[in-house]
Design a protein around this ligand. Structure first.
Ligand code: ADP
Ligand code: MG
Length: 242
């Protein structure tokens, strides 16, 4: 299931809801295979930026390139991105297996290829034994693992995660963080992980962008941001101001 790794370039992206400009000129380069976090307070524009990459919401101006190709005018399903949301949104009337197979059937993959692909994806998240369960028979953590399996089974080049762990209790969140990272490394998937939780960003990401007011305040590794916050907002948000 390993894909060719692609980079993401965001160039001068502006985005408005009606008359309100929410992204006000975002520039960012994410390296192939990187685990990248968007960190910032509620309302800072993290989800809006992530959704713009996925192709949901108003069309932004500027360029968003995946593997060097501008995708701003492509529909979501042609962008080679997979997205996981905070609420897992599994189909309640479909078994685990059918939930994971859904995207492959939609793509009209031959039946004899779907089975092995679904098995491999379930194996990846360690839940092969739950293939015949219904979503309401799963714990929150299991549901989120299935949501991940359902996303990676179609072999996207980019994985977009919008606060995927915030509905889980604290212990599970720490465990799932590790699982997520190990899955990302295994697949070599360029990943953007949105969180408002500084520790979550610190412990997972190669680099992160701190957002506030629809603007990227600083980009760097957790260590660099912590040691050298560029402005007062970053210092305060990371708790390094003194
Ligand atoms: P975050 O994910 O960082 O909490 P969002 O990207 O959801 O922030 O929101 C950024 C800003 O855009 C907020 O001020 C929010 O109110 C506004 N916003 C988000 N979605 C919409 C929408 N569909 N219509 C109007 N305003 C929106
Ligand atoms: Mg959000």
């Amino acid at each position: 299931m390993k894909q060719q790794m692609v980079g993401i370039e965001i160039e001068n992206v502006h985005l408005s809801f009606g008359n309100t400009e929410v992204l006000t000129g975002v520039n960012l380069k994410i390296e192939p295979g990187e685990f990248f976090a968007f960190l910032g307070p509620s309302g800072s524009g993290k989800s809006t930026l992530l959704r713009a990459i996925a192709g949901f919401g108003p069309r932004p101006s500027g360029a968003i390139k995946i593997g060097g190709k501008d995708i701003v005018d492509l529909p979501p399903w042609k962008r080679n991105v997979g997205m996981v949301f905070q609420s897992y949104a599994l189909w309640p009337h479909l078994s685990v297996r059918d939930n994971v197979a859904f995207g492959l059937r939609e793509r009209k993959m031959p039946r004899n290829e779907i089975g092995p692909r679904v098995d491999a994806a379930l194996d990846l998240v360690g839940l092969s034994h739950l293939a015949d369960r219904m979503p309401n028979q799963l714990s929150g953590g299991q549901q989120q693992r299935i949501a991940l399996a359902r996303t990676v089974v179609v072999e996207p080049q980019v994985l977009l995660l919008d606060e995927p762990l915030s509905n889980l209790d604290a212990n599970l969140r720490v465990q799932m963080r590790r699982e997520l990272l190990s899955l990302q490394r295994k697949l070599g998937l360029t990943t953007i992980f949105v969180t408002h939780d500084q520790e979550e960003a610190n412990t997972t990401s190669d680099r992160m962008a701190v957002l506030d007011g629809g603007v990227i305040q600083q980009v760097g590794s957790p260590q660099v941001l912590y040691d050298n916050p560029q402005n007062l907002f970053v210092a305060n948000f990371l708790g390094t101001a003194n």
